[in-house]
Design a protein around this ligand. Structure first.
Ligand SMILES: [Zn+2]
Length: 266
């Protein structure tokens, strides 16, 4: 049984709705992944086939099922539709289910579910286009902030300090990188990501997130450098590491900090 505003409802009745919602959000994430980097409107025109421009009717746009029924091909031009579409939808359905399983019927579940699914889009967009879109990070910041102000997701002061710390550290890294390396190591998208992450994590964990993301980034860069790959012209996109580090900090950040403090204490 899960407590809802309408009274207790059996969990098995709620999960299909949650997962269906996740699948639909995944479908919207696919729209974001395709349209944001191309600076296309999210609302118009309605879904079209990327190769022939054929209008995709709602019945052909059911998450996962349509892709399977159509055999991964456009009905018009028979051009293949990337398997990424159903995979993003399935991942989103699972992530919504996970958020619901952890947080139950709550704002926290909604906020976390949206965050996880948005991070999937962030990772794919950053790998493909080197872009952390404000259109994703700004709404997430609002979700984190609203959670603190109205739903005690975090203490409000910690949320605001988190946003400030995220902003300050990324600005330092941005200008520090420009000054030391004489090139753009980070962009405004990273700064916005820092503010957003701070709204969910608070100031201590957003600092930890940046350490973990840098550590993961270095772990990935070293083998590439050793194999003689030239990373100077094109550094590795930082977004995927930030996204993974954010999730690690959400779930294990406090334990990691406690463990570290205990090490310091002897
Ligand atoms: Zn087509």
């Amino acid at each position: 049984m899960i407590e809802t505003p309408l009274g207790p409802v059996p969990a098995l009745l709620l999960y299909p709705f949650v997962i269906a919602l996740g699948l639909s959000l995944g479908s919207f994430a696919n729209v974001l992944i395709y349209r944001l980097p191309r600076e296309e409107s999210l609302l118009t025109p309605p879904s079209r086939c990327p190769s022939c421009g054929r209008h995709i009717r709602p019945i052909e746009n059911i998450p996962v099922i349509s892709w399977i029924v159509l055999g991964g091909k456009c009905r018009g031009c028979k051009g293949s539709i990337s398997i990424r579409y159903p995979l993003v939808e399935i991942a989103s359905g699972i992530l919504a289910g996970i958020a619901f399983a952890i947080f139950g019927f709550s704002y926290e579940a909604l906020a976390h579910g949206l965050l996880y699914i948005a991070l999937v889009a962030v990772i794919i967009i950053d790998i493909e286009h080197w872009l952390l879109p404000f259109a994703i990070t700004i709404p997430l910041t609002v979700i984190g902030l609203v959670g603190s102000v109205f739903f005690s997701l975090r203490p409000i002061v910690d949320c605001l300090f988190g946003m400030g710390a995220g902003f300050a550290i990324f600005m330092l890294m941005l200008y520090g990188g420009k000054f030391l390396l004489k090139k753009e190591a980070l962009g405004g998208g990273d700064v916005a990501f820092g503010i957003m992450a701070g709204s969910f994590l608070g100031w201590k964990l957003v600092i930890l997130m940046i350490f973990i993301a840098s550590f993961l980034g270095t772990l990935t860069a070293v083998p590439l450098l050793l194999t003689g790959k030239d990373l100077s012209s094109r550094a590795i996109p930082f977004g995927p590491f930030l996204a993974v580090a954010l999730i690690i900090c959400l779930f294990a950040g406090n334990s990691i900090l406690d463990g570290y403090l205990r090490l310091l204490g002897g």
